[in-house]
Design a protein around this ligand. Structure first.
Ligand SMILES: Nc1ncnc2c1ncn2[C@@H]1O[C@H](COP(=O)(O)OP(=O)(O)OP(=O)(O)O)[C@@H](O)[C@H]1O
Ligand SMILES: [Mg+2]
Length: 509
């Protein structure tokens, strides 16, 4: 197995330097965690190694063998596997078809050997303890499942180096262990693993080495055992971080959002009321139904029964325009889908009619002034060349900030957030938490689905646990403050050990 040696890599886009001379070696049998703020250059460095971007100067070699510049095929032939930050599965294809794209198995007569591909896909998934049917269409998988499938796909083909760009950003804590297992296994086989993440807890969990980039410079490169949490953060952001969570205001007594019997197609009824100023966290495992619930409330996913009221006034179901008129906003999880149009500029995305990607209702909202948007983008510390820059050329975390921030230019009473800080760096994360807390303090009711446990514990007044399309338990602020809160949430989410005499999952814990 070989080391990946980067020698003085320089790269700019449109004259703006992004990597300013990076020299680093990624050793075989080692997991190197690459960290840095959004826009620091992590994905760019990884793409250069995989041949997807070409460095302006500097070389990448495997031991002393130079890799072709900007030649992804040759990199792939030498065993370099990149699992990108933005996944690109083909939604109309099934899981097994995605596995075998470009290397389909054929029968002797040259026909596609579906049976064998399905069987091999099944074995492969099984060997990684991933319980999905290879015949499932990719579009039916959650983002987390897609991520696991992509990683398994990448490593199934033999890897000398595995480059993982934020592999866990979409995977809830409880399910990360499965990924770690896969990654450690690949390390044991002698591959160099490069792993970017914004989750600080992961460093202690998985890193052998930690490399920090800041503004295109390598600012720290140490064995994990010689690093500290605070040391890494200050290397990343060039200063010490304030407390991640600010103190919460108590909610008012007025109900802002009241939901009774809201039922998705083939689903169970949901009841929920949220006070003005209250932040309700929705916890649960992947596929529990949190996104679907939020989409049902907002009217972009069909509901078949129930009643939604905002500030005491009924809101028509299945009608996002009605939801928006009632000052309800949804910040979706998937910035590539409902959240944003990547080919458009930051400004156009920020002024995009909410519904453009949701319906053809033709609803147009007022044009929001550039100045207001500029201010909001500044408040989330957006790293861009200006509001005219297209979203696709922003770093992943900065795209997320645009999606988040564009709703902040609205006046909303009810804010539905789906994984609001996914992929966002720790500095900006603290900004987003501050914004959410501030909005709540002005009376906005917030419902936030999150797989990030500290986020639920640190931000929410109340946590509701979702499992199998139902609310299965609730923790109030007192319970959330207790040491065992996380464990209780996990148990409820997984349905372990909380069965009451009636056989129903208990809500009192
Ligand atoms: N194709 C491109 N055109 C113009 N600028 C680009 C392009 N690709 C990346 N950039 C810029 O390069 C910088 C580094 O981006 P990169 O994606 O490497 O950051 P990152 O460290 O991976 O951030 P994140 O944590 O948000 O994923 C960003 O400022 C980004 O806007
Ligand atoms: Mg990135």
């Amino acid at each position: 197995m070989a080391s990946i040696i980067c020698d003085d890599i320089v790269k700019g886009f449109g004259g703006i330097p992004v990597l300013k001379g990076i020299s680093v070696t990624f050793e075989p049998g080692t997991i190197t965690v690459l960290v840095g703020e959004n826009g620091a250059g992590k994905s760019t460095l990884i793409k250069i190694i995989a041949g997807l971007e070409t460095a302006d100067s500097g070389d990448v070699s495997l031991d002393d063998k130079p890799l072709g510049k900007g030649d992804p095929r040759s990199a792939h032939l030498q065993g370099i596997r990149l699992v990108p930050q933005e996944l690109a599965p083909i939604p109309d294809m099934t899981v097994y078809e995605n596995f075998f794209i470009g290397r389909e198995l054929r029968t002797k007569t040259g026909l596609l050997d579906r049976k064998r591909m399905i069987r091999e896909a099944k074995e492969l998934l099984h060997s990684f303890d991933v319980n999905i049917d290879p015949l499932t269409p990719a579009r039916q998988l959650s983002v987390a499942m897609l991520q696991l499938v992509e990683i398994i796909k990448a490593t199934s083909q033999g890897a000398t180096a595995l480059l993982l760009d934020e592999p866990t950003s979409a995977i809830p804590d409880r399910e990360i262990e499965g990924l770690y297992k896969i990654v450690r296994h690949i390390r044991a086989l002698g591959a160099s693993v490069v792993y970017t993440t914004h989750k600080m807890e992961e460093i202690a969990e998985i890193a052998d080495r930690v490399v920090v980039l800041r503004d295109g410079n390598l600012v720290s490169d140490l064995p994990a055992s010689e690093t500290t949490h605070d040391g890494i953060i200050s290397a990343m952001i060039g200063r010490d971080l304030d407390d991640l969570f600010v103190s919460r205001h108590a909610p008012t007594e007025d109900i802002a959002l009241s939901i009774t019997g809201l039922t998705l197609k083939n689903g169970h009824p949901y009841d929920l009321s949220v006070k003005r100023g209250e932040i309700v966290g929705l916890a649960g495992l992947v596929g529990a139904g949190r996104t679907e619930f939020l989409e049902g409330v907002f009217g972009v996913r069909q509901t078949v029964a129930g009643r939604i009221e905002v500030n005491g006034t009924p809101v028509r179901r299945n009608d996002p325009a009605a939801a928006i008129k009632s000052r309800v906003a949804l910040v979706p999880e998937d910035r590539k889908g409902a959240g944003a149009v990547l080919s458009m500029s930051i400004l156009d995305n920020a002024t995009l009619p909410h519904l453009a990607s949701f319906s053809t209702a033709g609803w147009l909202r007022n044009v929001v002034r550039t100045k207001a948007i500029g201010e909001v983008m500044k408040s989330v510390n957006l790293k861009s060349r200006g509001l005219g820059q297209s979203l696709e050329t922003l770093s992943g975390g900065n795209q997320q900030k645009v999606v988040f921030a564009r709703w902040l230019t609205e006046d909303v009473d009810v804010l539905l957030l789906d994984e609001p800080t996914r992929g966002v760096d720790i500095g900006a994360r603290s900004e987003i938490y501050r914004i959410i807390t501030d909005l709540a303090a002005t009376g906005v009711a917030v419902v936030m689905a999150s797989s990030d446990m500290p986020e639920i514990l640190g931000l929410a007044h109340r946590a509701i646990v979702v499992r199998d399309g139902q609310f299965v338990g609730e923790l109030d602020s007192k319970q959330l403050a207790r040491d065992d809160a996380q464990d209780r949430i996990f148990r409820l989410a997984a349905g372990i050990g909380l069965v009451t005499t009636t056989g129903a999952p208990s809500a009192t814990i």
